[in-house]
Design a protein around this ligand. Structure first.
Ligand code: GDP
Ligand code: MG
Length: 163
């Protein structure tokens, strides 16, 4: 049985890039157009010997619009409910934003195993935001780089640890 993994987080943290890497293909569109509305995307993926059923959640760039924020929230909640594990992705170079905290709160309420990924951590950028992210109470953030494929062994170990 594959592990159903929902990749969640605010727009532009690198969810689709990670989805593509784990799927081994260019299945999810990497955001280059602000405001593009998309549904969840599904793909089969692999991490080490772990079979994954991946769920990518789309981004809504303009979250100052309340209806967009509620759509983003609904879509994320669906993905979390479908999944065995939620992978909460944030941008380690930017640290936590108010919108990150909204997603984190959503995850805390839903009672699903969560792994926190500090993405864009290639090089030495991992330290930024890590302590803050720890304080979210969702576990130790795993420094990764979806774009460069770094931290995948630690991500694998973290997924095994919560399942
Ligand atoms: P999403 O909106 O969360 O799905 O984010 P995307 O996957 O579309 O990526 C948003 C932007 O972040 C793109 O410009 C990516 O190239 C960039 N990005 C994604 N992963 C990484 C990473 O590991 N390191 C760096 N430096 N940039 C990344
Ligand atoms: Mg995306």
């Amino acid at each position: 049985m594959p592990l159903k993994l929902a990749i969640v987080g605010r727009p532009n943290v690198g969810k689709s890039t990670l989805f593509n890497r784990l799927a081994g293909k260019k299945l999810a569109l990497v955001d280059d157009q602000p405001g593009v509305t998309r549904d969840r995307r599904f793909a089969h993926g692999r991490l080490g010997d772990l079979d994954l059923e991946l769920i990518d959640t789309a981004g809504f760039e303009d979250v100052t619009d309340e209806s967009l924020e509620s759509r983003m929230r609904a879509q994320t909640e669906l993905a979390i409910d479908e999944a065995d594990v939620a992978l909460f992705v944030f941008d380690a170079r930017e640290g936590l934003t108010p919108l990150d905290r909204i997603f984190a709160e959503m995850l805390r309420r839903r009672n699903k195993p969560v792994v926190v990924a500090a993405n864009k951590s290639e090089g030495k950028q991992a330290e930024i935001g890590a302590a803050e992210a720890h304080r979210l109470g969702l576990g130790d953030p795993i420094p990764i780089s979806g774009e460069h494929g770094e931290g995948m062994a630690d991500l694998y170990a973290a997924l095994l640890a919560v399942t």
